[in-house]
Design a protein around this ligand. Structure first.
Ligand code: ADP
Ligand code: MG
Length: 263
């Protein structure tokens, strides 16, 4: 497939002029993010990158519905986002698995909340174990799994409710480099197979260029979108391709620009 999947379909997620003002416990006010406009197309893979504290998690939490924007709006599937929903699955950096549940029961958790019967839950969890290559680990507990396996289970759990959008907050940041590249390839396979929209936050330019169709480069204090870079490379991508290196350098340069003097 090609990198470009632009179509006439309405966007899966729309963020319009969104800002977030936080108050610290001391009462100090801090604009974590201002004036963010972003559309994530149906089936599109978008990465966001930027320095620590630039509001990446704030933006993802807004789309997830965990927090509300101070100004502006977020819509998902044409509906105004007012809280979390089964249409948006979330994967966090830390392994947010329940330690007292097996891999399969972790995947089933959201389905139990939805009131699905045991047989349906089991069937869907087993399909996701196959999709993520972890059928052999169905009855293991998180402490019996490697970091990479735990994140595969976290992805399977996020996919259990059959979301249209997968939101991932630095999901592979704590994973060793070799496992990380195989998780990246698996994520691309799952994205293509399920035709998901993905919003993926990373600190890692190479990861963004390997995965995304568009890379959103953010700047800090307050968080803003500095530039959106199209990654017009076919999949699977080759890190040794000179065009890969050029895009890497271009994002690196956007990243490294000094903050505006008004900040
Ligand atoms: P990133 O994910 O890019 O590192 P965050 O979205 O976590 O950035 O944070 C952006 C800014 O908002 C930071 O300055 C952070 O300290 C502040 N912030 C984040 N969450 C809260 C909160 N719940 N209360 C107050 N300030 C917050
Ligand atoms: Mg963050």
């Amino acid at each position: 497939m090609t990198a470009s999947m632009k179509s006439a379909a309405p966007p899966s997620v729309s963020v319009r002029d969104a800002s977030k003002l936080y108050a610290s416990s001391g009462g100090e006010l801090n604009w974590a993010m201002t004036g963010v406009d972003l559309d994530i197309g149906q089936g599109e893979f978008v990465c966001a990158i930027g320095p620590s504290g630039c509001g990446k998690t704030t933006l993802l939490n807004m789309i997830a519905g965990f927090i509300q924007p101070t100004t502006g709006t977020v819509t998902a599937g044409g509906q105004r986002v007012s809280g979390p929903g089964a249409d948006r699955g979330v994967v966090f950096q830390e392994y947010a698995l329940f330690p007292w549940l097996t891999a399969r029961k972790n995947i089933e958790f959201g389905l139990k909340m939805q009131g699905l019967d045991a047989a349906t839950r089991r069937r869907r969890a087993d399909e996701l174990l196959v999709l993520t290559g972890l059928s052999h680990a169905a009855t293991r507990f998180p402490f019996e799994l490697s970091g990479g396996m735990r994140q595969r289970i976290a992805v399977a759990r996020a996919l259990a409710t059959q979301p249209q959008v997968l939101l991932m907050d630095e999901p592979f940041a704590a994973i060793d480099a070799l496992t990380r590249t195989s998780l990246q390839r698996e994520l691309l396979r799952i994205w293509q197979e399920l035709k998901l929209s993905v919003f993926f936050i990373t600190h890692n330019i190479e990861e963004a260029v390997f995965l995304a169709q568009r890379v959103v480069v953010m700047s800090a204090h307050p968080g803003r979108i500095r530039e959106i870079v199209d990654i017009d490379l076919p999949y699977p991508r080759d890190r040794a391709d000179p065009a890969f290196g050029e895009l890497y350098a271009r994002i690196g340069a956007a990243f490294a620009q000094p903050e505006e003097a008004s900040a």
